[in-house]
Structure formats: C-alpha cells, structure tokens
Design a protein around this ligand. Sequence first.
Ligand SMILES: Cc1cc2nc3c(=O)[nH]c(=O)nc-3n(C[C@H](O)[C@H](O)[C@H](O)COP(=O)(O)OP(=O)(O)OC[C@H]3O[C@@H](n4cnc5c(N)ncnc54)[C@H](O)[C@@H]3O)c2cc1C
Length: 386
Amino acid sequence: MSDAQNDYQDIREAVRDLCSQFPSEYFRRIDEERGYPEEFVEALTKAGWLAALIPQEYGGSGLGLTEASVIMEEINRSGGNSGACHGQMYNMGTLLRHGSQAQKREFLPRIASGELRLQSMGVTEPTTGTDTTRIKTTAVRRGDHYVINGQKVWISRVQHSDLMILLARTTPLELVTRKSEGMSIFLVDIHQALKNGMELRPIANMVNHETNELFFDNLEIPAANLIGEEGLGFRYILDGLNAERTLIAAECIGDGYWFVDKVSAYAKERVVFGRPIGQNQGVQFPIARAHINVEAASLMRYEAARRFDAHQPCGAQANMAKLLAADASWEAANACLQFHGGFGFANEYDVERKFRETRLYQVAPISTNLILSYIAEHVLGLPRSF
Ligand SMILES: Cc1cc2nc3c(=O)[nH]c(=O)nc-3n(C[C@H](O)[C@H](O)[C@H](O)COP(=O)(O)OP(=O)(O)OC[C@H]3O[C@@H](n4cnc5c(N)ncnc54)[C@H](O)[C@@H]3O)c2cc1C
C-alpha cells in the first residue's frame, strides 16, 4: 500500500466498514433492477458521510474536499458506485461558498440531518452541450419571483433529491460584455417545481444512473432562492465544478484500485497452459501500468483538493486530476475485463458493471477533449480554439 493510501486511514476504515454491509451483490441487484441504492444512501447519510463538507455549526462534520474525496474513493473501491449520491458533496460547495447566511441557516442543518437532499445540479442543455455560456434557459425577475423557461438534459438524481441547483440566464447574451456574465444560480425546491411548471422525463441509459430531461414552463421560484449575486452564477458554478472534478477523480481512483485488485487476484488463481495467467509478463505489465497510473492520478487529486481547501486557484489541478484518473480507471477497467477472459462479461463477476460505470467519466461531467483544450489554452497559453 502506498503512502497516499495510508493517509486518512481512520476515514478509510470507517467508510469500508459501512460499505461492507453493501457488498457487490447489493449493487449488482440494484443495477439489474435499474433501481436506486436507497438503503445505501440512507446509511451514508445517517453516518454523516454526506454531510462531511458542512461546517460543524450547521450540523456537519466540517471536513475538507480532501477527506470528501477519500470517502468517495472508498465507496467506489468497495465495489459500489458513488454516482447515486456524489451530487450532495459537490453541490454543497456552491451553497456553502456563495449562499447567504439566511440560506445556509435554512438549508444546511436540514441537509446535514438527512431531512433534505441536495443531490441535483442542472447545467447541461440539449442544444448547447458543453458550450455552457450559450444556455437558453432564462430566469426573468417578476416582483419577488423569478420565472424560469427552458430545458435541461442529463440532470441526475432529481427523482431522489429535494433540492436542485439550477443555472439560468438572467441577462440575454447579446447584452453582456463577457459571455460568462449574466447567468445566475438558484436553489429549486424540486417537489414544488414539479407541481408548478417543471416537467421531468427519465432517460434510459447505459449505466444505472438516474438522469432526466427537464422542461420549464413559467416555473416561478422565490427571488430569495437566488444564490449570491445575480449575473455571477457562472463564476460560482465553476467553483462547484472544480470540487465535482476532484471528487469524480477520486471515484475513478477508487474504481481503478478495484479493477487492479480484482484482476490481480484473478490472475493469480486462473491457471491456463499449466500456470497462473498472472505469471505471463503480457498479463502483468498492463496491470502494473494501470496501477502506476492510478497512483499518480491519486497524487494529483490530493493536490487539487489541497488547493481547493486552501481557497487557491485549482482549475488546472482539478481538470488534470479528472483526466488522469478517468484515463487510469479506464485503462485498469480494460485490463481487468481482458484478463478475466469470457468471465469478465458475466454479470456475477461485477467487472462488466464497473466497466460501464467508469466509462462514463471519459464524457461526464466534462469530456476528456474539453479538459485538454482547457489545459492548452489556460495553462499553456495556446490560442483559443473555440
Ligand atoms: C449519465 C450522465 C449524467 C449526467 N449528469 C449531469 C447532471 O447531473 N447535471 C448536468 O448539468 N449535466 C449532466 N450530464 C451532462 C454532462 O456533463 C455532459 O454530457 C458532458 O459535459 C458533455 O456534454 P454533451 O453531452 O453536451 O457533449 P457535447 O458538448 O455535445 O460534446 C460531444 C463530444 O464532442 C466533443 N467536443 C465538443 N466540442 C469540442 C471541441 N471544441 N474540441 C474537441 N472536442 C469537442 C466533446 O469532447 C464530446 O466528446 C450528465 C451526462 C451523463 C451522460
């Protein structure tokens, strides 16, 4: 075990202990049923893990993104999937860093106790994709309300959340000097919204991930639910996205270790041509390389989380950690599937499920190409490509 793996040993052991009550069979069954791991999310909430980032004064444990990343890593390393609940962690950051005192007092203690879930964030739209500044969903102020119209796509966990953070344009693109200006974020009460102008259509998809199309038709939300200042929403959301990228990196690292451990164990046992397949260097080397890349990604994850926790710029590190970790877990996934031979395709080995789950992170929450272009432009100073 590396030094990085020895860090935060108390958190690791406590999360492993909880996860051991939800073995691979549990997640396999939920995947086959296309269900939601309700009991697992409930247990995590009750044990306080999903309130890790909430300060103690609001009923949470006041930990940093580093510790939160270790929690997510351990869930995925145990064979589970943090995708069912990770939104609660990174969405919290937006409310914590940019919400008013009144909003924090109203919502944080209830989120910490598990009375309310803040699992959803609505950014992506069908016609604009990654070009977020061109979103078409609008929020128009009318007295003490904002009126929302538009459409979102791929918005996750809405059916298992009470609150959602929503990004909408409050000033038309033509009227702002910089295209990143004029957008705002709102805290939406999902149950109220579903009775009052928001429609939801689930999207069947490759992973067992509850995700939806959302349609807004004159949805009214109280002006008091605007987070921070009107027009600065894109800046606020970027902060949250850096936390999200770092946490997703940690989940990929957990997946990567799971694949490496799983395939190493199998390669020691599976005997073909009179010797364990793991005795062949052609089998050893891809596994060893995947392990090296998972470890390296883990270090970049710690650096991104450290900078986030210190309120230092961390866009480059969060993006690099996400790319390195998603690539490492995908490499480990391929080695694991390959060296399980035909058995890798059998549901009961869990390899095909984890393979599908980790593949998502080449695309969401930000695709690999967009990370490369961010680093090219913002770190290396290469000409802007779009
Ligand atoms: C299961 C799932 C859950 C999700 N959950 C959420 C959620 O909860 N909330 C939310 O807001 N969003 C969510 N998303 C959306 C996700 O963030 C987007 O799918 C992702 O950011 C990619 O955007 P897109 O699908 O619009 O792809 P597009 O922007 O249409 O891009 C398509 C492809 O083209 C490539 N591409 C585009 N432009 C360029 C360029 N200039 N140079 C090189 N390559 C380029 C991209 O890399 C990508 O591979 C989810 C998506 C999935 C699949």
